[in-house]
Design a protein around this ligand. Structure first.
Ligand code: 5AD
Ligand code: SF4
Length: 449
Protein backbone atom coordinates (compact mmCIF):
# COMPACT_ATOMS: atom_id res chain seq x y z
CA UNK A 1 0.00 0.00 0.00
CA UNK A 2 1.24 3.49 -0.80
CA UNK A 3 2.49 5.45 2.19
CA UNK A 4 0.49 8.64 2.72
CA UNK A 5 2.63 11.70 3.26
CA UNK A 6 1.91 14.54 5.65
CA UNK A 7 3.15 18.11 5.46
CA UNK A 8 2.76 20.35 8.56
CA UNK A 9 3.15 24.11 8.92
CA UNK A 10 3.40 25.50 12.43
CA UNK A 11 2.31 28.98 13.54
CA UNK A 12 2.53 30.75 16.90
CA UNK A 13 4.29 29.83 20.10
CA UNK A 14 6.86 27.20 21.06
CA UNK A 15 4.10 25.06 22.55
CA UNK A 16 2.80 24.67 19.01
CA UNK A 17 6.25 23.69 17.72
CA UNK A 18 6.38 21.02 20.43
CA UNK A 19 2.83 19.89 19.56
CA UNK A 20 3.79 19.53 15.90
CA UNK A 21 6.56 17.11 16.93
CA UNK A 22 4.03 15.23 19.03
CA UNK A 23 1.59 15.00 16.10
CA UNK A 24 4.39 13.82 13.81
CA UNK A 25 5.26 11.17 16.44
CA UNK A 26 1.66 9.94 16.48
CA UNK A 27 1.33 9.91 12.70
CA UNK A 28 4.67 8.18 12.09
CA UNK A 29 3.62 5.49 14.54
CA UNK A 30 0.54 4.93 12.40
CA UNK A 31 2.49 4.48 9.20
CA UNK A 32 2.38 7.99 7.76
CA UNK A 33 5.42 9.48 6.10
CA UNK A 34 6.49 13.09 6.55
CA UNK A 35 7.43 15.49 3.81
CA UNK A 36 8.87 19.00 3.65
CA UNK A 37 7.36 19.52 0.18
CA UNK A 38 3.75 20.57 0.00
CA UNK A 39 3.49 19.27 -3.59
CA UNK A 40 4.49 15.85 -2.39
CA UNK A 41 1.83 15.70 0.35
CA UNK A 42 -1.45 13.78 0.61
CA UNK A 43 -2.31 15.62 3.82
CA UNK A 44 -1.57 19.28 4.58
CA UNK A 45 -1.93 20.36 8.20
CA UNK A 46 -1.75 23.86 9.64
CA UNK A 47 -1.01 23.98 13.37
CA UNK A 48 -2.54 27.35 14.17
CA UNK A 49 -2.44 30.23 16.64
CA UNK A 50 -5.26 32.48 17.88
CA UNK A 51 -3.39 34.75 20.26
CA UNK A 52 -3.96 37.93 18.22
CA UNK A 53 -6.17 38.71 15.27
CA UNK A 54 -3.25 39.12 12.85
CA UNK A 55 -2.13 35.53 13.60
CA UNK A 56 -5.56 34.26 12.54
CA UNK A 57 -5.67 36.50 9.46
CA UNK A 58 -2.37 35.04 8.26
CA UNK A 59 -3.80 31.55 8.50
CA UNK A 60 -6.98 32.51 6.66
CA UNK A 61 -4.67 33.85 3.95
CA UNK A 62 -2.82 30.54 3.85
CA UNK A 63 -6.10 28.63 3.57
CA UNK A 64 -6.82 30.77 0.51
CA UNK A 65 -3.56 29.54 -1.10
CA UNK A 66 -4.37 25.95 -0.18
CA UNK A 67 -7.68 26.27 -1.98
CA UNK A 68 -5.81 26.82 -5.23
CA UNK A 69 -3.63 23.76 -4.57
CA UNK A 70 -6.67 21.69 -3.70
CA UNK A 71 -8.42 22.74 -6.91
CA UNK A 72 -5.67 21.03 -8.88
CA UNK A 73 -5.48 18.07 -6.47
CA UNK A 74 -9.01 17.38 -5.13
CA UNK A 75 -7.84 14.35 -3.13
CA UNK A 76 -5.63 16.50 -0.94
CA UNK A 77 -6.74 16.44 2.70
CA UNK A 78 -6.47 19.81 4.48
CA UNK A 79 -6.54 20.05 8.27
CA UNK A 80 -6.59 22.89 10.77
CA UNK A 81 -5.09 22.03 14.16
CA UNK A 82 -4.33 23.92 17.36
CA UNK A 83 -5.91 27.00 18.88
CA UNK A 84 -7.92 28.17 15.85
CA UNK A 85 -9.43 24.71 15.52
CA UNK A 86 -10.71 25.06 19.04
CA UNK A 87 -11.99 28.59 18.62
CA UNK A 88 -13.43 28.58 15.12
CA UNK A 89 -14.51 25.00 14.51
CA UNK A 90 -17.93 25.90 13.14
CA UNK A 91 -16.72 28.67 10.92
CA UNK A 92 -13.90 26.48 9.60
CA UNK A 93 -16.03 23.48 8.78
CA UNK A 94 -19.11 25.23 7.46
CA UNK A 95 -17.61 28.18 5.68
CA UNK A 96 -14.18 27.04 4.61
CA UNK A 97 -15.22 24.16 2.43
CA UNK A 98 -11.65 23.14 1.76
CA UNK A 99 -11.05 22.19 5.41
CA UNK A 100 -11.51 18.42 5.91
CA UNK A 101 -10.40 18.09 9.50
CA UNK A 102 -10.40 20.33 12.51
CA UNK A 103 -8.52 19.05 15.57
CA UNK A 104 -7.96 20.92 18.83
CA UNK A 105 -4.90 20.59 21.12
CA UNK A 106 -6.28 17.78 23.30
CA UNK A 107 -7.42 15.43 20.52
CA UNK A 108 -4.19 14.73 18.66
CA UNK A 109 -4.23 11.05 19.58
CA UNK A 110 -7.21 10.69 17.25
CA UNK A 111 -5.48 12.28 14.26
CA UNK A 112 -5.04 8.97 12.37
CA UNK A 113 -8.78 8.29 12.76
CA UNK A 114 -9.72 11.81 11.58
CA UNK A 115 -7.41 11.63 8.57
CA UNK A 116 -8.93 8.28 7.67
CA UNK A 117 -12.42 9.77 7.80
CA UNK A 118 -11.27 12.63 5.59
CA UNK A 119 -9.85 10.19 3.01
CA UNK A 120 -13.34 8.71 2.89
CA UNK A 121 -14.92 12.07 2.23
CA UNK A 122 -16.18 12.77 5.74
CA UNK A 123 -15.21 15.69 7.94
CA UNK A 124 -13.01 14.71 10.89
CA UNK A 125 -13.69 16.92 13.86
CA UNK A 126 -12.20 16.63 17.36
CA UNK A 127 -12.29 19.71 19.52
CA UNK A 128 -13.00 18.41 23.02
CA UNK A 129 -10.71 19.79 25.70
CA UNK A 130 -9.47 17.41 28.37
CA UNK A 131 -8.65 17.89 32.04
CA UNK A 132 -6.08 15.09 31.97
CA UNK A 133 -4.47 14.68 28.53
CA UNK A 134 -0.73 15.36 28.72
CA UNK A 135 0.52 12.97 25.98
CA UNK A 136 2.93 11.75 28.64
CA UNK A 137 3.53 8.40 26.93
CA UNK A 138 4.04 9.72 23.41
CA UNK A 139 7.53 10.21 22.03
CA UNK A 140 7.61 13.28 19.79
CA UNK A 141 9.30 12.95 16.42
CA UNK A 142 12.44 15.09 16.31
CA UNK A 143 15.15 15.44 13.71
CA UNK A 144 18.67 15.13 15.16
CA UNK A 145 19.90 18.46 16.43
CA UNK A 146 21.21 20.39 19.39
CA UNK A 147 18.12 22.05 20.86
CA UNK A 148 14.84 20.44 21.79
CA UNK A 149 11.56 21.64 23.27
CA UNK A 150 9.78 19.54 25.85
CA UNK A 151 6.31 20.52 26.95
CA UNK A 152 5.98 19.76 30.64
CA UNK A 153 2.50 21.07 31.28
CA UNK A 154 -0.49 22.06 29.17
CA UNK A 155 -3.21 24.67 29.46
CA UNK A 156 -3.58 27.71 31.67
CA UNK A 157 -5.80 28.56 34.65
CA UNK A 158 -4.80 32.19 34.96
CA UNK A 159 -7.53 33.77 32.85
CA UNK A 160 -5.78 37.02 32.08
CA UNK A 161 -8.68 39.04 30.71
CA UNK A 162 -7.10 39.63 27.28
CA UNK A 163 -6.06 36.04 26.58
CA UNK A 164 -7.72 33.20 24.65
CA UNK A 165 -5.32 30.50 25.84
CA UNK A 166 -7.45 29.24 28.77
CA UNK A 167 -10.27 28.77 26.24
CA UNK A 168 -8.28 27.23 23.41
CA UNK A 169 -5.91 25.05 25.43
CA UNK A 170 -8.03 24.32 28.49
CA UNK A 171 -7.09 23.72 32.12
CA UNK A 172 -3.60 23.27 33.55
CA UNK A 173 -2.23 19.75 33.86
CA UNK A 174 1.32 18.46 34.24
CA UNK A 175 3.25 15.53 32.85
CA UNK A 176 5.01 13.16 35.21
CA UNK A 177 8.51 14.14 36.29
CA UNK A 178 9.77 10.68 35.47
CA UNK A 179 8.67 10.71 31.84
CA UNK A 180 10.19 14.17 31.32
CA UNK A 181 13.52 13.06 32.83
CA UNK A 182 13.46 9.90 30.67
CA UNK A 183 12.85 12.03 27.58
CA UNK A 184 15.82 14.26 28.47
CA UNK A 185 18.00 11.13 28.87
CA UNK A 186 17.03 9.97 25.39
CA UNK A 187 17.84 13.39 23.96
CA UNK A 188 21.18 13.45 25.77
CA UNK A 189 22.05 10.05 24.26
CA UNK A 190 21.24 11.47 20.83
CA UNK A 191 23.65 14.37 21.37
CA UNK A 192 21.21 17.19 22.12
CA UNK A 193 22.84 19.99 24.12
CA UNK A 194 19.97 22.25 25.07
CA UNK A 195 16.51 21.55 26.41
CA UNK A 196 13.73 24.10 26.86
CA UNK A 197 11.00 23.05 29.27
CA UNK A 198 7.76 24.52 28.00
CA UNK A 199 4.42 25.46 29.46
CA UNK A 200 2.04 28.40 29.27
CA UNK A 201 2.78 28.87 32.95
CA UNK A 202 5.61 26.50 33.93
CA UNK A 203 5.70 27.67 37.54
CA UNK A 204 2.36 25.95 38.13
CA UNK A 205 3.93 22.58 37.26
CA UNK A 206 2.97 19.95 39.83
CA UNK A 207 3.47 16.19 39.86
CA UNK A 208 2.53 14.84 43.30
CA UNK A 209 4.97 16.47 45.72
CA UNK A 210 7.23 17.73 42.94
CA UNK A 211 6.92 21.36 41.88
CA UNK A 212 8.63 23.12 38.99
CA UNK A 213 11.83 23.78 40.96
CA UNK A 214 12.08 20.03 41.62
CA UNK A 215 11.54 19.27 37.95
CA UNK A 216 14.18 21.79 36.95
CA UNK A 217 16.71 20.31 39.40
CA UNK A 218 15.97 16.76 38.20
CA UNK A 219 16.32 17.87 34.57
CA UNK A 220 19.63 19.59 35.25
CA UNK A 221 21.08 16.46 36.84
CA UNK A 222 20.49 14.24 33.78
CA UNK A 223 23.49 15.53 31.87
CA UNK A 224 25.62 18.42 33.13
CA UNK A 225 26.78 19.21 29.60
CA UNK A 226 23.22 20.04 28.60
CA UNK A 227 21.81 23.50 29.07
CA UNK A 228 18.34 23.66 30.57
CA UNK A 229 16.03 26.57 29.73
CA UNK A 230 12.36 27.11 30.55
CA UNK A 231 9.47 29.34 29.54
CA UNK A 232 7.02 30.97 30.37
CA UNK A 233 7.03 32.10 34.00
CA UNK A 234 4.13 33.94 35.62
CA UNK A 235 5.21 36.52 38.23
CA UNK A 236 2.60 35.34 40.71
CA UNK A 237 4.10 31.85 41.05
CA UNK A 238 7.82 32.49 40.71
CA UNK A 239 9.06 31.17 44.06
CA UNK A 240 12.26 31.80 45.99
CA UNK A 241 12.84 28.06 45.82
CA UNK A 242 12.91 28.33 42.04
CA UNK A 243 15.46 31.16 42.13
CA UNK A 244 17.71 29.19 44.48
CA UNK A 245 17.42 26.14 42.20
CA UNK A 246 18.45 28.19 39.17
CA UNK A 247 21.43 29.50 41.11
CA UNK A 248 22.48 26.09 42.37
CA UNK A 249 22.84 24.38 38.99
CA UNK A 250 25.52 25.63 36.59
CA UNK A 251 23.68 24.18 33.58
CA UNK A 252 20.33 25.87 34.27
CA UNK A 253 20.48 29.00 32.16
CA UNK A 254 20.40 32.27 34.02
CA UNK A 255 17.66 33.73 31.91
CA UNK A 256 14.01 34.23 32.82
CA UNK A 257 11.15 35.19 30.54
CA UNK A 258 8.81 37.06 32.88
CA UNK A 259 5.93 38.81 31.08
CA UNK A 260 5.03 42.10 32.77
CA UNK A 261 2.32 43.14 30.22
CA UNK A 262 1.95 46.67 31.68
CA UNK A 263 3.65 48.98 34.15
CA UNK A 264 0.39 50.34 35.56
CA UNK A 265 -1.20 48.67 38.58
CA UNK A 266 -4.62 49.88 37.44
CA UNK A 267 -4.19 48.14 34.06
CA UNK A 268 -2.65 45.03 35.64
CA UNK A 269 -5.76 44.71 37.75
CA UNK A 270 -8.04 45.08 34.72
CA UNK A 271 -5.91 42.42 33.04
CA UNK A 272 -6.35 40.13 36.08
CA UNK A 273 -2.60 39.63 36.28
CA UNK A 274 -2.81 39.17 40.10
CA UNK A 275 0.44 41.00 40.97
CA UNK A 276 1.43 44.60 41.48
CA UNK A 277 4.41 46.27 39.85
CA UNK A 278 5.98 46.56 43.30
CA UNK A 279 5.78 42.78 43.76
CA UNK A 280 7.11 42.21 40.24
CA UNK A 281 10.12 44.44 40.90
CA UNK A 282 10.81 42.60 44.16
CA UNK A 283 11.21 39.34 42.24
CA UNK A 284 13.65 40.93 39.80
CA UNK A 285 15.63 42.47 42.64
CA UNK A 286 15.82 39.20 44.53
CA UNK A 287 16.92 37.27 41.43
CA UNK A 288 19.65 39.81 40.75
CA UNK A 289 20.85 39.69 44.32
CA UNK A 290 21.23 35.94 43.97
CA UNK A 291 22.65 35.90 40.42
CA UNK A 292 24.52 38.91 39.17
CA UNK A 293 24.48 37.89 35.49
CA UNK A 294 20.84 36.87 35.20
CA UNK A 295 18.95 38.20 32.18
CA UNK A 296 15.27 39.03 31.91
CA UNK A 297 12.99 39.18 28.91
CA UNK A 298 9.32 40.12 28.90
CA UNK A 299 6.05 40.54 27.01
CA UNK A 300 4.32 43.92 26.84
CA UNK A 301 0.86 44.81 25.57
CA UNK A 302 0.22 48.35 24.46
CA UNK A 303 -3.24 49.93 24.29
CA UNK A 304 -5.27 47.71 26.60
CA UNK A 305 -8.80 49.18 27.11
CA UNK A 306 -8.78 52.48 29.07
CA UNK A 307 -4.96 52.75 28.93
CA UNK A 308 -4.07 56.43 29.35
CA UNK A 309 -0.90 58.30 28.51
CA UNK A 310 -0.07 58.07 32.22
CA UNK A 311 -0.44 54.26 32.23
CA UNK A 312 1.74 54.08 29.11
CA UNK A 313 4.45 56.17 30.79
CA UNK A 314 4.37 53.73 33.73
CA UNK A 315 5.11 50.90 31.27
CA UNK A 316 8.09 52.85 29.95
CA UNK A 317 9.16 53.45 33.56
CA UNK A 318 9.13 49.77 34.46
CA UNK A 319 11.18 49.00 31.35
CA UNK A 320 13.75 51.56 32.48
CA UNK A 321 13.79 50.13 35.99
CA UNK A 322 14.17 46.48 34.99
CA UNK A 323 16.26 47.04 31.86
CA UNK A 324 15.16 43.90 30.04
CA UNK A 325 17.59 42.12 27.75
CA UNK A 326 14.76 41.70 25.26
CA UNK A 327 11.00 41.99 24.90
CA UNK A 328 8.10 40.81 22.75
CA UNK A 329 5.89 43.84 22.27
CA UNK A 330 2.32 43.80 20.98
CA UNK A 331 -0.67 46.01 20.31
CA UNK A 332 -3.70 44.89 22.25
CA UNK A 333 -5.98 42.74 20.06
CA UNK A 334 -9.54 42.07 21.31
CA UNK A 335 -10.35 38.35 21.40
CA UNK A 336 -13.92 37.15 21.37
CA UNK A 337 -14.92 35.17 24.46
CA UNK A 338 -12.42 36.86 26.79
CA UNK A 339 -13.44 39.26 29.58
CA UNK A 340 -11.58 42.15 28.00
CA UNK A 341 -13.61 41.67 24.81
CA UNK A 342 -16.59 43.09 26.69
CA UNK A 343 -14.61 46.21 27.60
CA UNK A 344 -14.57 49.02 25.12
CA UNK A 345 -11.47 48.78 22.87
CA UNK A 346 -11.14 52.54 23.26
CA UNK A 347 -7.48 53.19 22.50
CA UNK A 348 -7.38 54.10 18.82
CA UNK A 349 -5.24 52.13 16.39
CA UNK A 350 -3.15 55.25 15.83
CA UNK A 351 -2.42 55.73 19.53
CA UNK A 352 -1.65 52.02 19.95
CA UNK A 353 0.88 52.33 17.12
CA UNK A 354 2.54 55.43 18.55
CA UNK A 355 2.81 53.88 22.01
CA UNK A 356 4.09 50.57 20.64
CA UNK A 357 6.75 52.42 18.66
CA UNK A 358 7.91 54.23 21.81
CA UNK A 359 8.09 50.93 23.65
CA UNK A 360 10.05 49.27 20.83
CA UNK A 361 12.48 52.17 20.54
CA UNK A 362 13.14 52.23 24.27
CA UNK A 363 13.73 48.47 24.32
CA UNK A 364 16.14 48.67 21.38
CA UNK A 365 18.11 51.37 23.16
CA UNK A 366 18.27 49.33 26.38
CA UNK A 367 19.24 46.09 24.57
CA UNK A 368 21.99 48.00 22.75
CA UNK A 369 23.31 49.51 25.97
CA UNK A 370 23.29 46.17 27.81
CA UNK A 371 25.13 44.50 24.94
CA UNK A 372 27.78 47.26 24.91
CA UNK A 373 28.62 46.43 28.52
CA UNK A 374 29.65 42.94 27.35
CA UNK A 375 32.28 44.24 24.90
CA UNK A 376 35.72 43.23 26.15
CA UNK A 377 34.29 40.44 28.30
CA UNK A 378 34.30 36.68 27.81
CA UNK A 379 31.15 34.63 27.40
CA UNK A 380 30.68 30.89 27.12
CA UNK A 381 28.88 30.14 23.89
CA UNK A 382 27.20 26.95 22.72
CA UNK A 383 27.89 26.90 18.98
CA UNK A 384 24.79 25.85 17.06
CA UNK A 385 25.68 26.34 13.40
CA UNK A 386 26.58 28.90 10.77
CA UNK A 387 25.62 32.54 11.14
CA UNK A 388 22.37 33.41 9.35
CA UNK A 389 24.16 35.95 7.17
CA UNK A 390 27.34 34.13 6.11
CA UNK A 391 28.80 30.66 6.15
CA UNK A 392 32.19 32.22 6.92
CA UNK A 393 30.91 32.74 10.46
CA UNK A 394 29.61 30.46 13.20
CA UNK A 395 26.83 31.41 15.59
CA UNK A 396 25.76 30.31 19.01
CA UNK A 397 24.18 31.54 22.20
CA UNK A 398 25.31 32.66 25.61
CA UNK A 399 23.84 31.27 28.78
CA UNK A 400 21.67 34.39 28.86
CA UNK A 401 20.37 33.49 25.36
CA UNK A 402 22.14 36.19 23.36
CA UNK A 403 23.28 35.40 19.82
CA UNK A 404 27.07 35.47 19.35
CA UNK A 405 28.82 35.39 15.96
CA UNK A 406 32.48 34.32 15.56
CA UNK A 407 34.67 33.71 12.49
CA UNK A 408 34.65 30.15 11.20
CA UNK A 409 37.48 28.00 12.46
CA UNK A 410 38.37 24.50 11.26
CA UNK A 411 38.35 23.12 14.78
CA UNK A 412 35.13 24.54 16.19
CA UNK A 413 31.93 22.66 15.40
CA UNK A 414 28.23 22.83 16.34
CA UNK A 415 27.69 21.42 19.82
CA UNK A 416 30.99 22.80 21.21
CA UNK A 417 31.06 25.12 24.20
CA UNK A 418 33.54 27.87 23.42
CA UNK A 419 34.91 30.76 25.43
CA UNK A 420 34.44 33.88 23.30
CA UNK A 421 35.86 37.35 23.82
CA UNK A 422 33.25 39.88 22.69
CA UNK A 423 34.65 42.73 20.61
CA UNK A 424 31.55 44.40 19.11
CA UNK A 425 27.81 44.43 19.73
CA UNK A 426 24.56 45.60 18.17
CA UNK A 427 21.21 45.56 19.94
CA UNK A 428 20.53 42.04 18.64
CA UNK A 429 23.93 40.36 18.24
CA UNK A 430 27.33 40.06 19.91
CA UNK A 431 30.46 39.58 17.75
CA UNK A 432 33.72 38.15 19.00
CA UNK A 433 36.60 35.73 18.63
CA UNK A 434 37.20 32.38 20.23
CA UNK A 435 39.56 33.02 23.13
CA UNK A 436 42.92 31.23 23.16
CA UNK A 437 42.39 27.84 24.79
CA UNK A 438 38.76 28.50 24.12
CA UNK A 439 37.56 24.95 24.45
CA UNK A 440 36.09 24.19 27.81
CA UNK A 441 35.20 20.97 29.43
CA UNK A 442 31.60 21.56 30.38
CA UNK A 443 31.72 18.66 32.84
CA UNK A 444 34.31 20.31 34.97
CA UNK A 445 32.68 23.69 35.43
CA UNK A 446 29.49 25.63 35.50
CA UNK A 447 28.42 26.60 32.01
CA UNK A 448 28.51 30.28 32.78
CA UNK A 449 31.39 32.61 32.04
N1 5AD B 1 -3.55 41.08 22.45
C1 5AD B 1 -2.24 41.37 22.41
N2 5AD B 1 -1.29 40.58 22.95
C2 5AD B 1 -1.70 39.46 23.58
N3 5AD B 1 -1.01 38.50 24.22
C3 5AD B 1 -1.88 37.57 24.65
N4 5AD B 1 -3.14 37.91 24.31
C4 5AD B 1 -3.05 39.09 23.65
C5 5AD B 1 -4.00 39.96 23.07
N5 5AD B 1 -5.31 39.70 23.10
C6 5AD B 1 0.44 38.54 24.42
C7 5AD B 1 0.81 38.59 25.90
C8 5AD B 1 1.33 37.21 26.16
C9 5AD B 1 1.94 36.84 24.83
C10 5AD B 1 2.14 35.39 24.61
O1 5AD B 1 1.02 37.35 23.89
O2 5AD B 1 1.82 39.55 26.05
O3 5AD B 1 2.27 37.16 27.22
FE1 SF4 C 1 -2.73 33.80 28.63
FE2 SF4 C 1 -2.33 34.86 31.05
FE3 SF4 C 1 -2.38 32.18 30.75
FE4 SF4 C 1 -0.31 33.58 29.77
S1 SF4 C 1 -0.87 33.41 31.95
S2 SF4 C 1 -1.45 31.96 28.70
S3 SF4 C 1 -1.30 35.50 29.12
S4 SF4 C 1 -4.09 33.60 30.42
Amino acid sequence: MKENKVYIETYGCQMNLADTELIMGILKDHGYGLTQEIDDADVVLLNTCSIRDNAEQRIYGRLGNLKTIKNSNPNLVVGVLGCMAERLRKDLVEEKKIVDLVVGPDEYRRMPEFIDLAFHGEKGIGVRLSKTETYDDIIPYREDGLSAWISVMRGCDKFCTFCVVPFTRGRERSRSLKSIVDEIKLLSDRGFKEITLLGQNVNSYLDGENDFADLLAASAKVDRTMRIRFTTSHPQDLSDKLLYTIREHGNICKSIHLPVQSGSNRILELMNRTYSIEHYLTIIEKARELMEEISFTTDIISGFPTETEKDHKLTLDVMKKVRYDGAYMFKYSPREGTKAFKMNDDVTEEIKSVRLQEIIQLQQKISYEINQTLVGKEQIVLIDGFSKKSDQFLAGRTDTNKVVVIPKDGKIKPGDYIRVKINRATQATLFGNAAINSEINPNSMALTA
